[in-house]
Ligand binder design. Structure first.
Ligand code: GDP
Length: 312
């Protein structure tokens, strides 16, 4: 990927897309293209085809998707499958038709079967049934992977797919109703600290384990794969290590400097006991995550505090 190549980041305002854009800028890429969803609705095939035809793009990162937590997936299943199928189909097909050199499609670890062994290896894809709550989203993502593979087979394109684990970083969703655990706990401990509240409620038993990848590490992995990986087979991106929700809560409590109690509300479900990806493949290719969780949490908390002050 030459520094003056034209690179399009679809979904550049999200957690993943914004990190990819930052990484490209930091590495000196000067010919970057991006559009907000009001400038270009990726669900509209004609508009997407016209955009690719006009821009003559060399490389594409597909970080645009309709995403959300368990509640949103449950309430809007039709929107999740429709919007994701439309976005990825339009972008992948337009990339093929306008002779894009290479495309990276981003999936998620929810594409793996619900009861697959841990850590999740790439070869477990399509070996069992999915978690029902996000099945429409996962099926759309699996269709995207298969579409990249099928285009490579039939048309000789270079469309690759990567599966990132749970991510965190700047531009995350801190809304307590719809966010994931890490931003939720940052907000809860911060607000409890400010209000001098005696305790913070953490959902579930605290026993489930999760892996957390900083979005800057993910972006670095995406650029690495774009430059060096050409195979149709999917690649996991993760840190290869996980921690319990209890340990995460204690770490965030320390970083925020909160002195009160942590109270686990075990009437709220724990969800999947563990979700860890196997990173043997990407490590073997020569990439490893660099940002330790504690360091990543500190930087996210600093950014959160700055944003919080601006909003006040
Ligand atoms: P998941 O990884 O898809 O299960 O999604 P989450 O990030 O929402 O939840 C991970 C785990 O953290 C689950 O066991 C939750 O019950 C637990 N958890 C504890 N406190 C919270 C919280 O305040 N918000 C969220 N979203 N999860 C929490």
């Amino acid at each position: 990927m030459e520094l003056n190549a034209k690179v399009y980041v679809a979904g550049h305002r999200g957690l993943v897309g914004s990190a990819i854009l930052r990484a490209l800028e930091n590495e000196g890429y000067t010919n970057l293209v991006y559009r907000t969803s009001s400038e270009l609705d990726l669900r509209n095939r004609e508009d997407v085809l016209a955009f690719f035809e006009k821009e003559q793009i060399d490389y594409v990162f597909v970080a645009a998707a309709k995403v959300g937590g368990i509640a949103a997936n449950n309430d809007y299943p039709a929107d999740f499958i429709r919007d994701n199928l439309l976005i990825q189909t339009n972008v992948i097909d337009a990339a093929y038709r306008s002779n894009v050199k290479k495309l990276l499609f981003l999936g998620s670890t929810c594409i793996y079967p619900k009861f697959a062994p841990q850590p999740l290896k790439e070869e477990y894809l399509l070996t069992g049934s999915l978690e029902p709550t996000n099945e429409p989203y996962a099926i759309a993502k699996i269709a995207g992977i298969n579409m990249c593979q099928s285009y490579n087979r039939q048309y000789g394109t270079k469309f690759i797919s990567a599966m990132p684990t749970n991510m965190y970083g700047p531009n995350d969703n801190f809304d307590l109703k719809s966010s994931h655990v890490l931003p939720a706990l940052i907000r809860k401990f911060h607000e409890a600290n400010e209000a001098e509240a005696p305790s913070v409620e953490v959902w579930g038993t605290g026993n489930p384990k999760r892996e957390f990848l900083h979005s800057d590490d993910l972006a670095d992995a995406c650029l690495f794969l774009m430059k060096s990986y050409e195979d149709s087979e999917i690649v996991n991106i993760g840190v290869g290590d996980d921690i319990s929700i209890k340990e995460l809560a204690e770490l965030i409590k320390d970083i925020v400097g909160y002195k009160g109690e942590i109270v686990f509300n075990s009437t709220i479900p724990d969800g999947t006991p563990r979700k860890l990806v196997d990173v043997t493949k990407i490590n073997g290719l020569g990439w490893k995550a660099q940002i330790p969780l504690e360091e990543g949490l500190r930087s996210v908390y600093t950014a959160f505090q700055q944003e919080h002050l601006i909003k006040q």
